[in-house]
Design a binder for this molecule. Structure first.
Ligand code: G4P
Length: 534
């Protein structure tokens, strides 16, 4: 059965049902930043498009470690932006574009209910889009597709649709069709509502022109001479020959509604926001160890998916990004941090807007709040009003690069350990403490994380460090239902074993060959390259 609950008038819904929490996935350069700016602009969260970029620029200058980001021209920070439009509250979680920060991106995707996949009309599906799509698929995250840059030379639209269907094994339902392409791009035609939209923000209804089907002479006037006929053939094929939209198939992740536009020139952006409001799911049930938690439940629950050090290096406080999963978070309430069992007053929860932060007096399921703390909260932490549950699925991935940390000033070993621990709790690196007492090993998924670590250790902790190669290149979490078998394996290999931040055993190997060799000789022991935070 199709669930039509979110298609009711937004004003009649519970606060959580008005929320749309989503991320944008794309290959670098497809237009994610531009689209983000335009979504915020249409949502009234920023006055002038361009402020997302401008803000990033300001933030970079306010924090030294962001120098790396500046130098390399990439965004390494995940942030969240909230705006309201058409009665809905949109929480857009930004994800870093660089491959090295994929771990951060994956964690962010655990906190969204839907995603917008941005594709460059000239390039089609690119490598990184495909990878991120696979993560969404693993988590059954419904995807809305936006084909961008239609104001430029594009590939054939059917060719693009075919590519999405075949490479991603995903049905495509076109919802709009571009009226002209490249220099002739004039707007979008809504295949169902029979309306034509130009691009401008402003008096929105005045921009929508009801047309009398695709036969309307309006299209002959709008398109260049002779082009209307071909366009009508395309629209006919798109309406009759491709999949019709099916809400349930979309929600289950089998079908993507497709929109066309040019974010830079505001085309198609409103189509996209309307689609998110109408079709994207409101906050979904979240799976915890003991049960699934429904967004509409009265008691507050949430999980931390990201920690970000405060931009002010003089203060060691950090912001934990928590997704509220159910109930209502009220400023000043006492939550329980399930990992420690201790109460945690939520005195200054924060909301993020395009430009600012503000104190959150209340937040609902689907909202992302920032919780300032001095190291109490970790990635994967669950907060509740007392219930002993732990949300699942904020993953940690086995690092691809392992390095020993070399301290230039040996007197500062204790400080180093503390600083590394904090960086690991923040998710900047993973920290492994070898059982044989050898110096700590850090693990990263991409080498850029090492640069960030080095820079931050120097700027924030006055600890100049270097990295030395270590004999290991692979790390795997080991576990077993057979405690004795695990203890035997761990005990036999002190020089290849380490504890991670949570004290869980990690086996390190110098090559795939040794990993395979040792794994074959340890029946009943599981070697895993992914671990859920606990
Ligand atoms: P990203 O975040 O996905 O990496 O992409 P971003 O928005 O930065 O866009 C990449 C480039 O594509 C930018 O140009 C941007 O202006 C351009 N672009 C984005 N959307 C559209 C569109 O709809 N039509 C056209 N024609 N171009 C678009 P740039 O020259 O690399 O950067 P900039 O100097 O304009 O900032």
């Amino acid at each position: 059965m199709t669930d039509l609950s979110t298609l009711q008038a937004p004003g009649t819904q519970a606060p959580h049902a008005r929320r749309r929490t989503f991320a944008i996935i794309s290959h670098p350069d497809a237009g994610k930043t531009t689209l983000t700016e335009k979504l915020l602009y249409f949502g009234g969260a920023i006055q002038l498009a361009g402020e997302v970029r401008a803000k990033q620029g300001r933030r970079q200058t306010s924090s030294d470690w962001m120098k790396i980001e500046r130098q390399r021209g990439i965004s390494v920070v995940t942030s969240v932006m909230t705006f309201e439009y058409g009665g809905h509250v949109f929480n857009l979680l930004d994800t870093p574009g660089h491959e090295d920060f994929s771990e951060d991106t994956y964690r962010t995707l655990t906190a969204v209910d839907s995603a917008v996949m941005v594709i460059d009309a000239a390039k089609g599906i690119e490598d990184r889009t495909r990878k991120l799509f696979e993560v969404c698929r693993l988590r059954d995250i419904p995807i809305v597709t936006f084909i961008n840059k239609v104001d430029r030379e594009t590939r054939d639209p059917f060719d693009l649709i075919n590519e999405i269907e075949t490479t991603l094994a995903l049905d495509v339902a076109p919802m709009t069709w571009p009226v002209g392409r490249g220099r002739d791009f004039a707007g979008t035609y809504d295949l169902k509502a029979n309306t034509f939209r130009r691009n401008q923000k402003g008096d929105e209804t005045a921009q929508d022109r009801r047309v009398n089907g695709w036969d309307d002479p309006f299209f002959d006037e709008t398109l260049p001479d002779g082009a209307a006929e071909t366009w009508r053939e395309e629209v006919f094929l798109a309406s009759e020959g491709l999949k019709p939209f099916d809400l349930q198939a979309f929600r289950e992740g089998h079908l993507t509604p497709l929109y066309w536009g040019a974010a830079l020139r505001d085309y198609g952006v409103r189509d996209l926001i309307d689609a998110l409001g109408a079709y994207a799911p409101s906050p979904r049930a979240q799976v915890a160890d003991k049960r699934a938690v429904e967004a509409g439940e009265p008691k507050m629950t949430g999980f931390v998916f990201k920690i970000q050090a405060n931009m002010d290096p003089n203060h060691r406080d950090r912001i934990a990004f928590m997704r509220v999963c159910s109930g209502k978070l009220t400023r000043g309430m006492k939550a329980k941090l399930v990992r420690t069992g201790k109460p945690m007053p939520l005195n200054a929860p924060q909301f993020f807007f395009a430009r600012d932060r503000s104190i959150a007096e209340e937040a609902y399921a689907g909202d992302i709040v920032g919780l300032p703390n001095h190291g109490t909260l970790r990635i994967g932490d669950t907060l509740t009003e007392g219930e002993e549950i732990v949300f699942k699925g904020v993953p940690s991935f086995a690092p691809e690069i392992l390095r020993r940390v070399k301290l230039k000033d040996a007197m500062k070993a204790k400080k180093l350990r503390e600083a590394l621990q904090q960086m690991a709790e923040e998710g900047v690196v993973q920290l492994f403490l070898p059982h044989d007492g050898a110096p700590a090993i850090v693990g990263v998924v991409g080498s850029l994380q090492l640069d960030v670590l080095k820079e931050r250790m120097e700027v924030e902790y006055s600890l100049p460090i270097d990295f030395e190669p270590c004999q290991f290149s692979i790390a795997r979490w080991v576990s077993s239902d057979d405690k004795a078998a695990l203890a035997k394996f761990v005990g036999a290999k002190p020089s290849a074993m380490a504890d991670d931040l949570d004290g869980d055993p990690v086996f390190m190997a110098s090559s795939q060959f040794t990993l395979k060799y040792d794994a074959e000789r340890a029946p009943g022991v599981t070697f895993s390259d992914v671990k859920d935070y606990q």
